[in-house]
Design a protein around this ligand. Structure first.
Ligand code: COA
Length: 338
């Protein structure tokens, strides 16, 4: 018998405003054809002006709690992953905690970009395995549309990202039959900070070594917008997520044939297709959402899990591997018996 984490509920929220590729053509000097060919993205969702990252997180969390049948007062740890926080500090988890009215429990921000979900899940799992916490809410929320350079200068990045939130509820369970009882089998997280500037947002920040944290000059330079070496990120993402998928299986004595569904971080459809080709995975083994919601950074995997549950594609007993890669570089896996 071992104490393990069970995912007992999922939820997601996408804002109501749909932004088609065509809507970006003029403002970004791009085309629907270019975006579809290079990324596979057809549309994404953008938040309303009166919505914040913690507002999106709240809606996804409420749905996850409802699907888990858990009262918010039963949650004893709150983890929120985001690269687009409500404010510089304190963390957005604190703002979400206030909106949920669950004071007293720890509310922690996870700042691991596209790896945010795997990192947060891994942290939740360690706390549950050690018996420290029993019911954990992991929520990933991104509001990119207000943080992007929406001019032709930023078009390589601004066409990719979308807003949205995904959440899961984990509960501690005694596992006596690991092949059949749902639980998180393993998580593994990695980073390589030597590549930090391949995909990053330079400002505002102290390392810019200006007189003040924010100056008009910096804003004119555009240091407040994300920057990316797209080709370097692309090739490393394919290689690393392929290796992580294999790591998730081999480290647990499993093979590709045992896998029922794979959830890759949804950065670009061509990345998942290249992984599928490299590893000879059939299309129906990869759950894809990027066409309809774009890249929602930390939120892509939990939104994908909720989508697959609601479509009846993700069923009890399945063996699923979740794999993410992103800025940092950070990456990792979570192998789960659903
Ligand atoms: N619309 C039209 N043209 C665009 C464009 C856009 N949105 N973005 C870039 N271009 C142009 C560039 O100006 C360049 O033109 P040039 O050849 O005349 O100089 C050309 O397209 C190629 O630019 P490049 O940036 O090399 O494109 P790419 O083929 O690498 O594709 C990405 C760009 C972003 C789609 C691709 O690199 C990618 O998906 N990278 C990984 C992204 C990712 O995973 N990010 C998140 C990780 S978590």
């Amino acid at each position: 018998m071992a104490l393990r984490s069970q995912i007992i509920g999922t939820g997601s929220y996408l804002p109501s405003r749909v932004v088609m590729n065509k809507d970006l053509e003029e403002v970004l000097d791009t085309s629907d054809e270019w975006i579809q060919q290079r990324t596979g993205i057809l549309k994404r969702y953008w938040a309303a002006q009166d919505e914040s990252t913690s507002d999106l997180a709240l809606k996804a969390s409420e749905k996850a709690l409802e699907s888990a049948g858990v009262d918010k007062k039963e949650i004893d740890l709150l983890l929120l992953a985001t690269v687009t926080p409500d404010h510089e500090f304190p963390g957005s988890a604190c703002f979400l905690q206030a909106k949920m009215d669950i004071p007293g429990i720890p509310a922690i921000d996870v700042r691991q970009q596209c790896g945010g979900f795997i990192y947060a899940l891994s942290m939740a799992d360690q706390y549950i395995r050690t018996g420290t916490y029993k019911n954990v809410l992991v929520v990933c929320s991104e509001l990119h549309s207000r943080c992007l350079d929406l001019t032709p200068r930023g078009r390589n990045l601004s066409v990719i990202f979308g807003d949205g939130a995904g959440a899961i509820v984990l509960r501690a369970a005694d596992i006596t039959d690991p092949e059949n009882q749902p639980h998180v089998i393993s998580t593994k997280i990695h980073s390589d900070g030597s590549q930090a500037k391949e995909l990053w947002c330079p400002g505002p920040g102290t390392a810019l070594k200006r007189k003040e944290r924010v100056t008009m000059e910096m804003l004119e330079e555009g240091v407040q917008y994300p920057q990316m070496n797209g080709r370097a990120v692309f090739s490393r993402a394919v290689r690393t997520m392929s290796e992580s998928l294999l790591e998730s299986l081999t480290s647990n004595g499993k093979e590709l044939k045992d896998l029922n569904l794979a959830f890759f971080h949804q950065a670009n459809k061509r990345i998942s297709e290249a992984i599928g080709k490299t590893m000879s995975l059939s299309d129906d083994l990869i759950h894809s959402t990027v066409e309809d919601i774009g890249n929602t950074t930390s939120a892509t995997i939990p939104i994908g899990l909720d989508d697959a549950v609601r479509k009846g594609k993700l069923k009890k007993g399945m063996l699923i591997s979740n794999v993410a890669f992103g800025s940092g570089f950070t990456w990792g896996h979570a192998l789960i018996r659903w």
